[in-house]
Design a binder for this molecule. Structure first.
Ligand code: GLN
Length: 545
């Protein structure tokens, strides 16, 4: 991003969401829910995620430790919270809205090398903090926002997040008290032996925040059951936050019910009183009725997700939500079992491949590298021969091609160059454009690309159009030398991009539902508007149920 000073969007209000006590309290969901409520009040709202780590972006981080890498339309490899924001707000968010320490420092260092700060000693305050503030202002300007909700990752007290919190403190000073608001997310744990909600962790984390010059306006307190009035009173007293601004964030049936829960406690009024909003009544539209779909079911649909990073379901959080949106749409309860693909490779068989028979549908999501790939190939083949609905995404598309080449076209040594660089028949090959690439970060084929759909195919009937856009994150693709053989074997390749050069969709017409895409369809799904191939898959799976 070229951070430069232009005229400010002086009308923009900033809401900062900070975290206390510990990570994993659901700050992302609270951020998205607050933004949603304000959007439902008619404001132009967007979100920013600050990640205080040094990585430039999330692209090189392990999904089983940090969760999914969310790909934005403009090709950013971002924190998974951006996916939550997109799904709640139904907008597309730019990679510039995921700010990391790496991005800030790299910008400032580049500017220093370019002579921007000639003669000065470049320091955290003011140079780093100025860069952070200017980025936030630039996002508000470029999107012409009424309100920007900024989630600061990490927990107050972390060394890494200090410059960001300092920037927030300064911004408050610069844009004025009535233009900024701080929501601090904390926890009121219950210890089994005592059975009461404890307030001390909240007290301490508010003190920590105050120590760096920030007084929270609202406390969003995570708890298992609603905060009792005594606890609310106590927190209010110790944290110097009015009682009505202590919001109980107790467990909800689904994350999509959180906006409603916050509004039952009049959070928009609490926000509006501080930042002087004149509209404070969310117009729910069909939001509430759609979220009812999460508990008003008629039957279940059981889906196996067979992948490489299933030890942390957040690795595939967008896949899970795309399934959830689809199941809610047809009023089915979604049951998911996460299966490590490697399990289907072992000889001592904790799982035999027939285990998959008990599911109504199988999803194979994205992945990288050799480990577990044979298990995926077996899964893709088993779904085909057993007529079980199959949805493959990226790696699940590529390895379905390999499975088909091996078992339906008789090329027994077909492989993917990613898994076996010496494969005699590399049905999936390294993209030619990638051959010169040496850097690993940000160098895949990324972001949204136009895809042309072939006439009279399943893809056409699913999407009901001849052009779609899909988000990408890959280095490998179908080797076009095998296209004819695969089609002769009964596979239909029904979507192409980059002027027909890249193959994007495969389908098997004779199958109940066998559909896989090179693009990540999961990133296009929204509550109430499930991505169409997911919906078609879940419909087909539930017909089997
Ligand atoms: N590893 C594969 C590639 O790079 C697939 C990537 C993915 O599933 N996102 O092409």
């Amino acid at each position: 991003m070229n951070v430069q000073s232009k005229k400010d969007n002086t009308d923009c209000k900033f809401i900062f969401i900070t975290g206390g006590v510990m990570s994993g309290l659901g700050k992302g969901v609270i951020t998205a829910s607050v933004a949603k409520l304000l959007q439902l009040c008619g404001y132009n709202v967007s979100c920013v995620k600050i990640d205080p780590y040094i990585n430039y972006d999330a692209g090189t981080m392990n999904p089983t430790a940090h969760g999914e890498v969310f790909v934005t339309e403009d090709g950013g490899e971002c924190d998974m919270d951006l996916g939550t924001y997109e799904r709640f707000l139904d907008i597309s968010i730019s990679k510039e809205q995921n700010i990391t320490t790496g991005r800030i420092y790299s910008d400032v260092i580049q500017a220093e090398r370019g002579g921007k700060y000639l003669g000065q000693c470049v320091q955290i305050i003011p140079h780093i903090t100025d860069n952070i503030k200017e980025r936030l202002r630039q996002i508000s300007r470029e999107n012409n926002l009424d309100i920007l909700v900024v989630e600061c990752g990490g927990t107050v007290g972390d060394i890494e997040s200090l410059p960001f919190l300092e920037a927030l403190r300064q911004l408050e000073l610069e844009v004025g008290d009535s233009n900024t608001l701080v929501i601090h997310v904390t926890l009121a744990p219950v210890l089994d032996v005592v059975g009461e909600q404890k307030t001390k962790p909240t007290q301490h984390s508010v003190q920590e925040l105050r120590r760096i010059g920030i007084q929270p306006d609202i406390l969003a307190v995570r708890c298992t059951s609603p905060l009792t009035s005594e606890v609310r009173h106590k927190i209010s007293l110790f944290a110097s936050v009015p009682e009505q601004n202590v919001i109980s964030c107790h467990d909800a049936p689904s994350i999509y019910n959180v906006p409603e829960m916050l509004q039952e406690q009049h959070i928009v009024n609490a926000i509006g009183n501080k930042i002087l909003l004149n509209r404070s009544l969310p117009l729910w539209g069909d939001w509430k009725s759609v979220t009812r779909g999460f508990y008003n079911h008629e039957g279940t649909v059981a889906i196996a997700i067979v992948g490489k990073y299933v030890s942390l379901p957040d690795s595939y959080v967008s896949v899970y939500h795309a399934l959830l949106h689809s199941a809610a749409q047809i009023r089915k309860k979604l049951q998911v079992e996460w299966i490590e693909s490697e399990k289907f490779e072992q000889t001592d068989k904790p799982y035999s491949i027939e285990y998959l028979n008990k599911f109504d549908g199988i999803v194979v999501p994205g992945g990288f590298g050799k480990r577990g790939s044979e298990g995926i190939i077996r899964t893709a083949d088993y779904a085909r021969i057993s007529n079980i609905p199959y949805l493959g995404i990226c790696f699940g598309f590529q390895l379905a091609l390999v499975a088909f080449a091996r078992h339906a076209c008789g090329i027994s040594d077909a492989g993917s160059a990613e898994v076996d660089p010496k494969a005699r028949h590399p049905v999936v090959e390294f993209m030619p454009e990638q051959r010169e690439t040496v850097k690993l970060g940000g160098s895949m084929r990324l972001g949204s690309h136009e895809i042309n759909i072939r006439e009279s195919t399943m893809a056409e009937s699913i999407y009901r159009t001849d052009t779609i856009y899909g988000r990408h994150r890959h280095r490998y693709e179908l080797n076009r030398r095998y296209l004819d053989i695969l089609e002769k074997g009964g596979l239909v390749l029904s979507g192409f991009s980059d002027g027909g050069k890249r193959t994007e969709i495969l389908e098997i017409p004779k199958h109940k539902f066998y559909f896989a895409t090179q693009y990540h369809s999961e990133f296009g799904s929204r509550l109430g508007k499930p991505e169409r191939s997911f919906l078609a898959f879940v419909e087909s799976a539930s017909a089997r149920a």
